[in-house]
Design a protein around this ligand. Structure first.
Ligand SMILES: [Fe+2]
Length: 589
């Protein structure tokens, strides 16, 4: 998603309801204690989960240098890990010792195996007489001949300088999730200068570290550490395992296989070197299990992977940046921006079958997975919108009557898009139904994926739910920036006008909210997949003081669903209730 201009916020009020935020720690990475970056877990399968922490060596002497993230400083540390069935660690089921050092930025990652399916566990780390907080995690509900409920939070686009992570806090406070799925833009690369991304009201309050754009290993390590020092994000990691995949901003804006919109060769070095270092920091700092590399054909590093949940379904995690062809560039400014549709020369480029979004090997792997039978649902964790969307040009300042598309989405890679949608359309009902789960565009969507046109409209081939951003600028902020003198009510009305125009142009869209930030709760049963949208009532940019507690957390807004076999969106009555079953938890919580 392209970055819009920030808008000066309204004057601060005299309120004193501040959040418990460690501003000093955010401003500069000083010594936060050995386990000051919290704990995390991720990539749960039926018998394994990855547990993570960073163990910062204590300074050798008082006032001595601190082994801050990215510093390369600090002696190796032996770190003991433990995983138990109970929070008090009376029933430890496994433990071990790992050595970490500056080579991995003192991050610690253990792939704990031999666990029981659909079971809750607690884990912690110890070294040098210190003990981490206790993390809670659970293995996947994946047992043969048994179907469990599946419920998770879907998030994307957490720009640190864009606002507080209320969505993460809300997810951390939930007690009913199997995991959190983050589909990209966990960090952003921008600095605090003219490239700053976010409201002016947060300047000096919530600044980027490092202060300049991340372009090398040290920068990316520091940026990940900044996020892992955030208390709301720490809570969400401590309470649930996460499944994550990067999009572009974990490297730089609108990245493709050999370059990016926000990369200047020469001044910012070699793109592939930069990307290698960004991936290195990502793999160090995220509870991400690198999948087996040899057996599945792929290009570069294989990041795409699949999780299974018994007969209920599976979740294919796509990776669509590393090998994608360059975006069709119309004009000179933004590679991967909105471009006009309907111009023959441009349309021919967009449809060129030699251009790819995932590499062909990955697309084949995905299609094979979608064809697996005896699974009701094929969930797809995806970065950029897959459904065709045509934006009325007038809403983006183009001449009235023109139509634009986002060339960074699947719409910019129409051979792959058409191939995948045709595959979904041709799938036997015995192969179940596809549900695409997407982020990137900083707004909330529920829509059918249209396949064949019919006299009365189209045949739906599956559905796509798009989650809002955690903090990054959405339609509202873009509208606000383009109308600096508008009141809040006028900006809200203008945003709703934009949204209505997009929906009118694309009859397969059931829902589009361009104002709220937050998360989407996804609830999967054999009968249906439901998406509950939880959104902030007022955008960050318009909060009198962005640190005031009550405006930061999203509240329930709207629900949509898709019924098994229908392959289309329908309204849902209200938010999901209690789970029909719970993971096994013999110990105390
Ligand atoms: Fe984003």
């Amino acid at each position: 998603m392209l970055k819009g201009a920030a808008l000066a916020a309204a004057a601060a009020t005299g309120s004193t309801v501040f959040r418990p935020f460690d501003e000093a720690a955010a401003a500069a990475p000083s010594y936060r204690g050995i386990f000051g970056y919290g704990v995390a877990s991720g990539d749960p399968t039926a018998d394994a989960v990855v547990i993570w922490t960073r163990a910062t060596p204590p300074p050798a002497r008082r006032g001595g240098p601190v082994a801050t993230p990215g510093s390369g400083l600090g002696a190796p540390l032996r770190v003991r890990w433990e995983i138990a069935r109970d929070r008090d660690f009376d029933q430890v089921v496994d433990h071990g010792v790992v050595v970490t050092s500056a080579r991995s930025d003192h991050t610690v990652k253990v792939d704990v195996r031999g666990l029981r399916p659909y079971t809750r566990y607690f884990y912690r780390f110890r070294t040098q007489g210190d003990t981490s907080v206790v993390g809670r995690t659970q293995t996947a509900p994946d047992e043969r001949f048994r179907t469990h409920a599946l419920r998770f939070g879907l998030v994307s686009c957490s720009n640190y300088t864009g606002g507080y992570f209320g969505a993460y806090r809300s997810l951390g406070e939930r007690d009913d999730l199997d995991f959190v799925l983050h589909v990209g833009d966990y960090i952003y690369e921008y600095g605090n200068g003219s490239d700053r991304y976010g409201p002016d009201s947060l300047v000096g309050v919530r600044d980027a570290v490092p202060a300049t754009e991340t372009i090398d290993l040290q920068g990316y390590r520091l940026r990940h550490a900044l996020h892992k020092a955030d208390p709301d994000l720490q809570l969400a990691h401590r309470r649930h395992p996460w499944i994550t995949i990067f999009d572009d901003h974990e490297v730089t804006n609108n990245a493709w296989a050999r370059g990016a919109e926000n990369h200047t060769p020469g001044a910012e070095g070699d793109f592939l070197r930069r990307r290698r270092q960004a991936y290195e920091a990502y793999l160090e700092w995220m509870p991400f299990r690198l999948p087996e590399q040899r057996r599945v054909p792929h290009q570069g590093i294989r990041f795409f992977k699949r999780f299974t949940f018994g007969e209920l379904g599976d979740l294919s995690i796509l990776e669509t940046r590393q090998n994608r062809s360059a975006q069709v560039d119309f004009g000179t400014t933004n590679a991967g921006g909105f471009i006009p549709a309907g111009i023959p020369a441009v349309d021919a480029q967009l449809a060129d079958p030699s251009r790819h979004l995932p590499e062909p090997e990955q697309l084949d792997w995905l299609k094979n997975g979608l064809s697996k039978r005896n699974r009701q649902w094929h969930l797809i964790g995806n970065q950029v919108i897959m459904t065709p969307v045509r934006f009325p040009g007038a809403i983006l300042g183009a001449p009235a009557g023109t139509t634009l598309l986002n060339s960074d989405q699947w719409d910019g890679y129409q051979a792959d898009q058409a191939d995948l949608i045709a595959h979904l359309d041709a799938q036997s009902r015995r192969s179940g139904d596809a549900v695409v789960l997407t982020g990137d565009i900083h707004s909330s969507w529920a829509m059918d994926i249209p396949a064949r046109r019919t006299a009365s409209g189209y045949t739906p081939a599956g559905v796509e739910f798009v989650c809002p951003s955690v903090t990054s600028d959405g339609f509202y902020e873009l509208v606000r920036a383009s109308r600096p003198t508008a009141t809040i009510d006028q900006a809200v009305a203008a945003t709703q006008g934009v949204v209505a125009a997009v929906v009118a142009n694309n009859p397969w869209i059931s829902y589009l909210d361009g104002i709220g930030h937050g998360y989407t709760l996804i609830d999967v049963t054999p009968e249906r997949v439901q998406a509950d949208f939880h959104l902030t009532p007022l955008p960050t940019v318009d909060r009198p003081d962005p640190r005031i507690d009550e405006d930061v957390q999203p509240v329930y807004a709207r629900s949509w669903q898709t019924l098994a076999g229908s392959r289309e969106i329908s309204p849902a009555d209200g938010p999901v209730g209690d789970r029909s079953d719970e993971p096994s938890r013999r110990g105390r919580r």
